[in-house]
Ligand binder design. Structure first.
Ligand SMILES: [Zn+2]
Length: 441
């Protein structure tokens, strides 16, 4: 079918008002908001279903009120608004309540920047109460900014009824929850090695590291000889964190792997057979071949044995099936006070735990020349010390993915700390039962 356009135009006699090609969109928004306000459109919408029999409860996952909203927030909020409008049209009563997340590191990080504070000690000097007040001020400021932005986006919410996670109501609820857990015997103090930022003086959760935490870093890595007792041979170990050598108590081998005893210029080393080519530099002669199981139980001397903190330590070779020959030497240096798996192994093998650093990443007393030094400043001096002792096999700059603090980019360390936990063992099944009774839609 064809349509004769000229005839249609003539018959209906269309006329057009001229449209400007320079549109002031912000003005359009403001005009519309004004129009809504004059006609009490939003107010009527929010209260229209107040006496409805059916309710729809939307719990707003709050945005952290530490900065203006980003585009991703606006995107999420648009969907939230859409769902609530839909249920309003279905005639259901709603709270239309918006929330602000006020706690947490995001707010603190911004306030630290504002005040030019560089570490936890400076926050303590500034005064924790003062710092908390500054954090609250920032939350109030940006909650207002975000509210204004959401209104401009055309979101219809009960803005005077927003909830804040820093409210007394919320904090007392959390305390009540913890008290209930305590009354039921679910709270306990545990001792564990966790990722720690020495600049911020705080532990980080596994979650924070998985989501934000790995960067490519280059570290001085060392191959170190650990002389065996009663034998003219050394274990060869490799580490990317030389500072942890001062807390060494064991060396782990895989009992199922094959190991070589090699001779190089009159010195003898044990190294995994499959790791020998990558670990050793220069020619070597194979003296004998053993299994990891043959090495288990041997004792050795470590480079920091003369330090008072290590006076009682007996260094042993232990079995660990996770040891591979893919990287390093196939023999793993174990420092339970400075590594998560290492700490778990200390429980299994009844190893001593040497706890070398304080919350600021500084060696504590008992570590000789290392005491009072910052862990991230000692790698080169440790390398020199190992060379002077004649136990440095070789060193190199090694680039790898390493966990860092998402707040300040400092390399994390693993540190032994006391932490409070909620014991979930008796709770999981009950939680699962409760979720089956909830109507999720
Ligand atoms: Zn940090």
């Amino acid at each position: 079918m064809t349509l004769e356009v000229s005839n249609v135009a003539t018959e209906t006699d269309l006329t057009f008002t001229e449209v400007s090609n320079t549109v002031d969109f912000p003005k359009l928004e403001r005009d519309l908001l004004k129009w809504w306000k004059e006609r009490r459109v939003v107010e009527q919408y929010l209260t229209k279903n107040d006496c409805a029999a059916e309710k729809f409860s939307f719990i707003d996952g709050p945005i952290t009120a530490n900065n203006p909203m980003g585009v991703h927030h606006a995107w999420g909020r648009t969907y939230k608004d859409l769902f609530q409008r839909y249920h309003a049209m279905l005639g259901k009563e709603q709270r239309f309540q918006n929330g602000f997340d006020c706690q947490g590191l995001w707010v603190e990080v911004e306030v630290e920047k504002e005040l030019g504070l560089k570490n936890k000690r400076e926050i303590e000097d500034f005064g924790i109460a003062n710092f908390v007040e500054r954090c609250k001020e920032r939350v109030w400021k940006y909650a207002a900014v975000q509210t204004e932005q959401a209104i401009r986006l055309g979101q219809w919410m009960d803005w005077d009824n927003s909830y804040y996670t820093m409210s007394d109501e919320n904090n007392y609820t959390i305390w009540h929850f913890l008290k209930t857990c305590h009354d039921r015997g679910w709270i306990y103090k545990g001792h564990d090695v966790m990722p720690w930022c020495p600049r911020c003086g705080t532990g980080l959760s596994e979650h924070e590291i998985v989501t934000e935490g790995y960067q490519e870093r280059t570290h001085l890595s060392v191959y170190v000889a650990l002389p065996l007792d009663g034998e003219d041979a050394s274990l060869l170990v490799w580490t990317t964190t030389p500072w942890t050598l001062a807390a060494n108590v064991a060396a782990a081998v895989n009992p199922a792997l094959d190991y070589l005893l090699v001779d190089q210029d009159g010195k003898r080393y044990y190294v995994a057979k499959d790791a020998a080519m990558q670990a050793l530099k220069g020619d070597f002669q194979v003296v004998s071949e053993v299994t990891g199981a043959d090495l288990v139980g041997k004792t050795y001397r470590a480079p920091f044995d003369s330090l008072p903190a290590n006076a009682e330590v007996i260094h042993r070779v232990i079995a660990w099936s996770d040891v591979s020959s893919g990287e390093g030497t196939g023999i793993v240096h174990i420092a339970p006070g400075a590594g998560k798996e290492d700490y778990a192994l200390s429980k299994e093998h009844d190893l001593q735990v040497i706890d070398p650093i304080n919350q600021f990443g500084v060696y504590v007393e008992g570590f000789g020349w290392l005491s009072d030094k910052y862990v991230h400043d000692v790698a080169t001096r440790i390398e020199r010390d190992l060379r002077d002792q004649g136990v440095l096999y070789r060193s190199h700059q090694y680039t790898h993915r390493y966990p860092v603090c998402w707040r300040c980019n400092t390399d994390l360390v693993f540190r032994l700390v006391d932490e409070w936990f909620i014991n979930m063992d008796g709770l999981r099944d009950r939680l699962m039962e409760v979720t089956r009774e909830i109507n999720w839609c």
